[in-house]
Design a protein around this ligand. Structure first.
Ligand SMILES: CCCCCCCCCCCCCC(=O)SCCNC(=O)CCNC(=O)[C@H](O)C(C)(C)COP(=O)(O)OP(=O)(O)OC[C@H]1O[C@@H](n2cnc3c(N)ncnc32)[C@H](O)[C@@H]1OP(=O)(O)O
Length: 250
């Protein structure tokens, strides 16, 4: 129990017992840490939203040339403070939780990524179901999505399906069939399921449709995913440091 302050009136003096506040200190610290983490993730998403807006406007604007130059200068100025503290490429972002599946800057699903639509994926009875809307920045043929973007979305979907089936792996093969062009600025629906598991090799299939017409397949894909052997995982990812791993001390 705390009995008072030391002579300097600063540090609490204890007789070895803990006050209720002290008992709960680790839990309180954890709560503050969680609050801090959630706040940071919110801020990252907010910045991601702003960046996506910027990308969309930047790729559709017909503002005067001088305005483009002024905008470029202002954006460089806004970016500078962010560039003052950047992580090493072998250190995971502090806001990520790799094992919990949180990747804030994933270029397909990450709400913090300017490159991500972002695609939102959830599991529904073993089926991966994704939704997104592609902005004009993803244009390939005029008014339609770039084919590489559809492949990227489907790769993520198939990988997610392998993950929820308990067989996460790396893509070694991705076949895409483009049946109809994918419209921009239109809510899309993607689905994927695992078809076959053969040792370390998982085959998954998926499709991309509009949300309004889920029976008309625009793009279909089949992917093969390989679960890494321990030695391969060490070789490829052994140097990656996760600073957000919960400590044993709690
Ligand atoms: C809730 C859970 C949610 C989870 C969410 C997670 C979402 C994440 C979604 C992320 C989604 C995005 C994900 C991404 O973006 S992953 C990023 C893109 N992919 C890569 O960079 C992978 C590059 N490839 C490699 O590094 C190697 O190939 C690896 C290490 C994978 C395998 O090493 P290696 O090549 O030396 O092979 P092996 O000796 O281990 O043997 C492996 C077995 O595999 C067979 N094989 C090999 N290649 C092919 C092929 N092309 N078709 C068919 N089969 C193939 C091979 O014959 C053998 O079979 P068997 O002879 O044993 O029968």
């Amino acid at each position: 129990m705390c009995r008072g302050r030391d002579a300097a009136g600063g540090h609490p003096v204890t007789d070895g017992e803990k006050t209720p506040a002290e008992e709960h200190a680790p839990a309180t610290r954890r709560l503050h840490a969680v609050d801090g983490l959630l706040g940071r993730r919110e801020a990252i998403s907010e910045l991601g939203d702003a960046l996506r807006l910027l990308v969309e406007y930047a790729t559709t604007t017909e503002a005067p040339t001088e305005e483009l130059r002024r905008a470029a200068e202002r954006i460089r100025q806004a970016a500078a403070p962010l560039g003052e503290r950047v992580r090493d490429r072998e250190v995971l972002p502090t806001a990520d939780d790799l094992l919990g599946g949180v990747r804030m800057y994933n270029p397909v699903t990450g709400s913090g990524s300017a490159l991500a639509p972002p695609l939102h994926i959830a599991a529904d009875n073993g089926v991966a179901v994704g939704t997104c809307t592609l902005g004009m920045a993803f244009e390939g043929p005029p008014t339609y999505a770039h084919g590489g973007v559809s492949a990227m979305l489907l790769d993520q979907m198939l990988g997610y399906a392998a993950g929820i089936a308990g067989h996460p792996g790396m893509t070694v093969r991705l076949d895409t069939t483009y049946r109809k062009p994918v419209p921009l600025l239109t809510p899309l629906r993607l689905t994927a399921t695992v078809q076959d598991i053969d040792g370390r090799r998982v085959t998954a299939t998926g499709q991309l449709t509009t949300a309004d017409d889920p029976d008309t397949v625009l793009v279909a894909a089949t992917g093969v995913f390989i679960a890494l052997r321990a030695e391969q995982a060490r070789r490829l990812f052994g140097r990656v440091v996760n600073t957000n791993r919960p400590s044993r001390a709690g």
